[in-house]
Design a protein around this ligand. Structure first.
Ligand code: FES
Length: 160
């Protein structure tokens, strides 16, 4: 993929998305989803491509990527765990459970296990405070968590 060329395999989907929006810039999120779904993350070169394709300033693309936890800017593990660290979850041990997960897997937030299976990060409120402390993995919300449930999830995802 050259530095500023929109990939041909995603072009038909992108053109279809653009038809739904009056302005190209408004299609930023769904266009980013195309890359997230294909590559598992949105690398720097893709950020530049999307910026040029939609005529959106690069800084705007980066702001969106840093705001939304659904987008990753570097490769993640096959299973990516997002532990909520905001008030409700934090008061009920969310941050400690994230650290517990990291210790069990031998990684820090943002790192990937050597076998590529797991990664994790601490994120802000995922809007599921009623099941605090909670996490998101494989597009599912899981909670309330405790260490036993984290252990179970690790085993389940290892063999699932
Ligand atoms: S504070 Fe954790 S989901 Fe809202």
């Amino acid at each position: 993929m050259s530095a500023k060329t929109f990939p041909t395999d995603l072009l038909p989907s992108a053109e279809k998305i653009l038809k739904n929006y009056p302005a190209r810039q408004a299609a930023l999120l769904p266009i980013l989803h195309l890359f997230q779904n294909r590559d598992g993350c949105i690398k720097d070169e893709v950020q530049e491509i999307v910026s040029e394709f939609l005529s959106v300033p690069l800084i705007k693309v980066r702001e969106v990527l840093s705001f939304y936890t659904l987008y990753a800017q570097k490769p993640l593990g096959k299973r990516h765990f997002q532990f909520c660290r905001t008030l409700t979850c934090s008061l009920l041990g969310g941050e400690s459970l994230g650290e517990y997960f990291g210790k069990k897997c031998g990684i820090k937030p943002g790192e990937v296990t050597p076998d590529g299976q797991f990664s994790y990060e601490m994120v802000e409120c995922l809007g599921a405070c009623e099941i605090a402390p909670m996490l998101r993995v494989d597009k599912k919300y899981v909670g309330p968590l405790d260490e036993a449930k984290v252990d179970h999830l690790i085993q389940e995802k290892l063999h699932g």
